[in-house]
Design a protein around this ligand. Structure first.
Ligand code: M6R
Length: 351
């Protein structure tokens, strides 16, 4: 039931701190000693290949990066529907395939797995799904049912579960010191509080901004490195529930062409990731051309001041809360049904 909330998306955005809290209660005790990884029974992989679609693919980008950073395992992300095109049958030795899917029923993912010969680890919200049955090991995200078509709490839970697994893998394989493992664990443990703060801070800002931005036809989502999957996730939310166009760009790419699209008032969401100074050049360039720059970061004068402290290995997860709110508030301002966008189903069971 959606209770006092206007729609399920609003409720599910608000649930994120609690979902992550419950998830960490279950996973954190098994992170520092590596048990979360070792009890999968999987051999240490030489390479990881993530398979996913949509929001789950953005979570896969974050988790792949975290595995690479902490465990030194080369990891690639393959769009599930492109698996046949991209993965040569002979390129599977030593590869662990990690399939990320909320529903565990996405046909593109299940079809891609038909061609996989090695071990498969599933990260899913549905432990009895077709994906879970097909996999050698399952990490359950436990986000509870998500009614809104747009993924919100299930995306966040995928990121957190995947990051916990990456830290546990680094602990089990000793690629990180105990001290470093403990530090990453502490950062994970602080996430429920950070997500709750991001929620409280960003909701009123999003309501006010939505009035201003509802008329804009086209948006840019810009970041660097670990921030890019969150920029992509924010752009996807905006596209699917407001039907506005949104483009995702690494900050340095603007000057190679897309800057020509900037007009007076074009909204550009600028997501801090690591050192805020790394976005200063792009911000100044964009502002000089009249862009409406909306900063999501750690500065007190940022539009959405949702980040604090040193950047964790999984990047600026809290920014996604601000972007979910913004997309939803614009959808509401435009009179769209945020829970049931046109042309979309919750689970895509066609190829
Ligand atoms: O159930 P899955 O995670 O496999 O679904 C994949 C995508 O269809 C899904 O993430 C979709 O992109 C979201 N509903 C977008 O909000």
């Amino acid at each position: 039931e959606r209770g006092a909330y206007d729609d399920f998306m609003e409720k599910e955005i608000a649930e994120q701190p609690a979902v992550v809290g419950r998830l960490l209660e279950r996973l954190l005790p098994e992170v520092a000693d590596g048990r979360l990884w070792s009890r999968t029974g999987l051999a240490a992989p030489a390479r990881l290949r993530f398979l996913a679609c949509g929001s789950s693919r953005h979570a896969a980008e974050v988790v792949a990066r975290t595995f690479g950073l902490l465990g030194g395992v080369p990891a690639e992300v393959v769009v599930a529907s492109e698996h046949d095109e991209l993965v040569a049958p002979g390129s599977q030795d030593g590869v662990l395939t990690v399939a990320i899917s909320q529903s565990g029923e996405t046909s593109d993912v299940l079809h891609a797995l038909d061609a996989v010969r090695g071990p498969v680890l599933a990260i899913t919200n549905r432990p009895h799904s077709s994906l879970a049955r097909r996999s050698d090991a399952v990490l359950e995200t436990g986000a509870g049912p998500e009614i809104g078509v747009a993924a919100t709490k299930t995306f966040t839970a995928q990121v957190v579960a995947g990051a916990a697994l990456a830290i546990a893998h680094a602990a089990a394989t000793r690629s990180l010191s105990r001290r470093a493992v403990a530090q990453h664990g502490l950062q994970l443990g602080s996430l429920p509080g950070r997500l709750a703060a991001a929620h409280t801070t960003s909701f009123p800002v999003a309501v006010a901004l939505a009035e201003e931005l509802a008329g804009a036809r086209s948006f840019f989502f810009v970041s660097r490195g670990a921030g890019l999957p969150y920029a992509a996730e924010g752009a996807l939310k905006l596209k699917e529930i407001t039907y506005r166009n949104a483009e995702v760009l690494p900050a340095g790419e603007f000057k190679h062409g897309p800057i020509a699209l900037i007009e007076q008032g074009t909204p550009v969401l600028l997501l801090e990731s690591g050192d805020p100074a790394r976005l200063a050049g792009a911000a100044a360039e964009l502002a000089a051309r009249g862009a409406r720059v909306i900063r999501v970061g750690s500065g007190r004068t940022d539009t959405f001041p949702v980040l604090s402290g040193p950047a964790p290995a999984w990047g600026p997860l809290e920014s996604v809360v601000a972007l979910q709110h913004l997309a939803r508030c614009i959808a509401v301002a435009l009179g769209r049904d945020a829970d049931k966008p046109r042309n979309l189903a919750k689970s895509v069971t066609v190829l």
